[in-house]
Write a protein that binds this ligand. Structure first.
Ligand code: ZN
Length: 148
């Protein structure tokens, strides 16, 4: 797999220094696995009204899956549920672009670094693992605390 070197560096930086890693209090917890690569994540979401107050996680697996969880934490914590869902959809669209998408840096920030990953179907699952876990956990948290 060959990625643009600047993008590769962003991914490696998040992999080495993951943002927000570790499990903290949450309103809902999920465990997702990506069996094709062996990536695993346990993720918790804590809501404060309609705001994502925290996304905490324990994860193991490849650099793509780990870096993606770190970027997810950067992008959604502090945002409203609606804003965070829009970001998740933008990331999903980028990952489904089969290498054609570039991503809107204003919306996706460091997540644009994953654009090249979308060319590799097996790795797309790695990049999406934490985002799907987040989506699932947020839906659970909302069901328990219907604030929005
Ligand atoms: Zn992986």
């Amino acid at each position: 797999m060959k990625l643009d070197s600047m993008y590769q560096e962003i991914i490696l930086e998040h992999y080495k220094n993951p943002h927000g890693k570790g499990l903290r209090d949450g309103d809902a917890e999920v465990h997702h696995v990506n069996p094709t690569c062996g990536d695993e994540i346990t993720l918790r979401v804590r809501l404060d009204g309609a705001v994502i107050a925290d996304v905490s996680y324990e994860s193991q697996g490849c650099s793509i899956s780990q870096a993606s969880a770190s970027v997810l934490n950067d992008l959604v914590v502090g945002k409203s549920v609606g804003e965070a869902q829009a970001i998740q959809e933008a990331f999903l669209e980028l990952m489904q672009s089969k290498g054609k998408g570039v991503g809107d840096e204003d919306v996706l920030e460091d997540a644009v670094a994953f654009a090249g990953v979308s060319k590799f179907p097996a790795r797309v699952k790695c990049a999406l693992l934490s985002w799907m876990a987040w989506k699932d956990a947020t839906a659970k948290a909302l069901a328990e605390h219907p604030a929005v």
